[in-house]
Design a protein around this ligand. Structure first.
Ligand SMILES: Cc1cc2nc3c(=O)[nH]c(=O)nc-3n(C[C@H](O)[C@H](O)[C@H](O)COP(=O)(O)OP(=O)(O)OC[C@H]3O[C@@H](n4cnc5c(N)ncnc54)[C@H](O)[C@@H]3O)c2cc1C
Length: 511
């Protein structure tokens, strides 16, 4: 059993605030759920650091939706189910694909400036696992930034929405009747925020791994606090590795992504001997589902003894590359590679998390009043492998659905102040330095693209030892709290992966 709360407290002695709905997270899922909440509800959005520090802001490729001529939600459904390797919840996928065009329309109505064709229709591109051009995008390859900016603009127009930046959500406060609010740490002090409903839109788990494309704030806090509060977490073994992060030896907190849309627009993967290899692995070649491309690259890297393969767009019109992928072009140039003339070194790294807090089709968890959406949630839409560009979409569709459920039920809820005093026993100053790095390395080495039970069991033993040490330590700084959150999530990923003996989608057992 994990600690119930990270820190001891007496709720009566904490500074208090109240609101109707707390939203943890200022990514797509959090901001979009907030603007779909009724305007007479007092809503508070909380963001760990500055508002744009999140994965949504980094998203490049786009959002999948059957909006192009000749496409249909049924085709989008089929591709999603196929990519998910048979592990998707079909009812959840149906909701996702059928409601996708409606949420794209809503984004357009609040001013999201998607790229358009000369006739005014939305431009669509193709990515891995999609049989059709179905990905709408903005600013070429900066879809996330444009969607985030437009959602934030909209939130700021709403007088019922307040935003707290640099506010660390520590723990969900609950009693047997359900969720009552949240403990946060802000400006060095702990506060209790009472609420009628709480939406966890706190993102994924990327920083549990050494090599990830995820923002530095993505440490699995929301999932870990839900776990401590007794929420059900499922499919924790399903971790997605993006095939093409730019290979670099620099010690960045996150690796730079080369969007799948680059392959969708004709980019070719070559091994270090210059040979194109994807047609040998799958009939869809470079645009096969992510797990297949990531494993093929991994195999080629092993064969050639190189820590990377190449992505080649030198055969494409340089002007097209510069306008279609302006940020990727500029970033690579800064790293010394002109992608219109040279191959890009790429390798697979952790990118997305399919598991998470189990919800129903309205984002409700097993704890009354606690909702989850976006990457923190496991609605069942991704199965064992997410289809490209379905995650921003999931944040939109299910973020809105959380809001709609709350709108229709919140009037029945009373704000209650629970009588909670929590004491942590046996606190000692443990030496926890180096634990975070060690866990990240263990996960990279043993819970990656290829897995075997013996190594994972060894990694789990070590992670459990770290958890025991951290649970004794006083966890006052957000960094220390994050480290224990990382440790809990690592142990849940490992336990799930050890339990699942057969390979499926992103979970590939070599034993
Ligand atoms: C480089 C990159 C490119 C991507 N490209 C695409 C793409 O093209 N299309 C696509 O569909 N998907 C893409 N993805 C995936 C997609 O961006 C994410 O899955 C999605 O944005 C998640 O949105 P979210 O709102 O759930 O979480 P996020 O956008 O990650 O937001 C999480 C929020 O939770 C807050 N938070 C977390 N913990 C705490 C805490 N303890 N206290 C307070 N606040 C907290 C953070 O501050 C942050 O605001 C990409 C991901 C990356 C990393």
């Amino acid at each position: 059993m994990p600690l119930r709360y990270l820190n001891g407290f007496d709720i009566d002695k904490l500074k208090k605030e109240t609101c109707d709905v707390i939203v943890i997270g200022s990514g797509v899922a959090g901001l979009y759920s907030a603007i779909n909440l009724d305007r007479d509800l007092k809503v508070l959005i909380i963001s760990k650091e500055t508002l744009a520090e999140n994965n949504s802001y980094l998203a490049q490729g786009g959002i999948a939706a059957a909006v192009a001529e000749g496409d249909m939600p049924e085709y989008h459904f089929e591709d999603t189910i196929k990519a998910g390797a048979g592990a998707c919840d079909e009812a959840a996928v149906k909701v996702l694909v059928q409601q996708a065009p409606r949420d794209i329309e809503m984004l357009c109505s609040i001013g999201t400036n998607f790229d358009r064709n000369p006739d005014g229709t939305l431009t669509t591109t193709r990515e891995g696992g999609h049989r059709r051009f179905r990905i709408v995008h903005a600013l070429g390859d900066a879809t996330g930034r444009e969607v985030f900016d437009s959602l934030l603009r909209e939130c700021k127009k709403r007088s019922n929405i307040s935003i707290l930046e640099n506010c660390f959500a520590v723990d969900i406060v609950s009693d047997p009747k359900g969720c009552k609010g949240l403990i946060v740490k802000i400006e060095g002090e702990y506060r209790y925020i009472a609420s009628k409903a709480l939406i966890l839109a706190s993102g994924g788990v990327g920083q549990v791994y050494k090599n990830t494309t995820n923002a530095a704030v993505i440490t699995g806090d929301g999932m870990a606090m839900a776990y401590r509060a007794g929420a059900e977490l499922t499919n924790m073994e399903f971790v997605q590795f993006h095939p093409t992060a730019m290979y670099s030896t620099a010690a960045y907190e996150n690796k730079f992504l080369i969007s799948e849309a680059v392959r969708g627009e004709g980019g070719i993967l070559r091994n270090t001997e210059g040979k194109r290899f994807m047609p040998e692995y799958h009939e869809m070649a470079e645009v096969a589902p992510r797990d297949i491309v990531a494993r093929a690259i991994f195999t080629e890297m092993r064969k050639t003894g190189s820590p990377f393969v190449y992505l080649d767009v030198t055969h494409k019109d340089p002007e097209f590359i510069k306008t279609r992928f302006p940020n990727i072009y500029k970033h690579c140039l800064k790293e010394g590679i002109d992608i219109t003339k040279e191959y890009i070194p790429v390798c697979p790294v952790q990118h997305y998390f399919m598991g998470g807090i189990r919800t129903d089709l309205w984002g409700q968890t097993n704890i009354k009043g606690l909702y989850a959406c976006g990457e923190a949630a496991n609605t069942g839409v991704h199965g064992a492998n997410r289809l490209a560009s379905n995650s921003l979409l999931e944040g939109l569709v299910y973020g809105r659905r959380c809001a709609e459920k709350i709108n229709s039920t919140v009037a029945e809820v009373n704000l209650e102040q629970p009588e909670i005093q929590y004491k942590r026993e046996n606190i000692s100053a443990a030496d926890t330095s180096g634990i975070r790095e060690s866990i990240k390395n263990l996960m990279n080495d043993h819970a990656g693209i290829e897995r075997n039970g013996k190594d994972m069991s060894m990694a789990l033993r070590k992670v459990n030892e770290y958890i025991a040490l951290l649970e004794k330590d006083s966890l006052d700084s957000p960094e220390d709290m994050e480290t224990l959150n990382i440790a809990y999530i690592a142990s849940l990923i490992l336990k799930g992966a050890i339990r699942r003996k057969t390979s499926i989608g992103s979970h590939y057992r070599i034993d």
